[in-house]
Structure formats: C-alpha cells, structure tokens
Design a protein. Sequence first.
Length: 202
Amino acid sequence: MSFKNKRFFVKSSLAIAALLIFVGVAVIVVNRLFLSSEPDSTVSLPAESTNEADYVIKGINYVSTDKNGVKVWELTAQTAEYFDDQGLIEFDQVSIAFFTKEGHAYALRADVGIVNTETQDFRVSGNVSGSSEKDDVSFRTQSLQYQAGIQEVRTEDTVFLESSRFKLKGQGMVLDLQKEKVYLLHNVEAVGKQELFSGRKP
C-alpha cells in the first residue's frame, strides 16, 4: 500500500470512528433525557369482564374528577358495556383527555378500554396513540394502564416516541401526569433522521 493510500485509509478510519462516537453520544444523551428508574406500579384490572353486560350504552361520555370536583380525565367512546357486579365498564373506540393542574391536556386513543368504577384505574389496548400539543410529543404503543392514585400512565410494551426534533424507540414508558414528564424505560434508541443536537432542549 502506498503512502498516499495509507494516509487515505487512516483518514477514512478516523472519520468512521468519529461517526461511531457521535452515534454513541447521541444514544447516551437520549437515554439520559428519557431513561427512568421510576418504581414499578401496575393496575389491578382484568383483561376483560367475565360476565354478560348489565346494560350497553352507545355514544358514551365518562368524566373522572378528584375529591374537589376538578376534572382529571374525560373519556368518550362509541359503546360502553356496564358490569355492575364487577364494578367495570368496557369501552370500544376510546378517546381520553387527561387534564393537569396547569390546564394542559394529553390526548389518548385506543381500540378498547376497561375502567374500574371504584378506583378509576383503567387499561386501554389496540392501536394506542397519544399526544401533547404543549410538549410537541406523540407516541404509539399497544397497551397502556392508568393508575389514578398516582396519576400515572404506564406500559411495558414497545413504544415509539417522536416530535419534530427526534424519533425514539424504547421498551416501556411512563407518563407522569403530575410532573408532566414522559419517560422511556429500557433499550432506548434513536430511529431515523435525528435533530437531537440542534441546540434546543427536548
């Protein structure tokens, strides 16, 4: 190999190494921004009711409030099936809006959902998507659980989180409605074209 070729090879190797370091830094930054060690919490809800519905309502609107009567979340659905003996309601084609103390809203959609009428915990599944206009963030996954006592939305499924500045993929997610923060829990990686280093805070 000639000296000129050797020099070209060295420059190419350095360029590749620099690129790998850049990608590595990007992944580290993403993990620090979105990785969480939040404690595990689950919602005790069956996947579906075990009996026939006591009654069915079409075009339902269901509102959950706190002890002061302040709206916490509002659900609309095409149909709702009530199971009085189990304290459960099953919904089809669900849309949910969460409201924070600051007045911000998080929108959520899913194929089906089930709510515990006593605890106000719920689970949704099937083509789950959510968004926040305030944070310019949207996500997609297969199921979510909401725990009313701590105002937390959680999933252990694969999640795709994106905004105009980034696209991320991770395993598991927590949406803390009190802190208004989204956390990807495990195996966070960048997907597609990135603009993580545009100088703007995610």
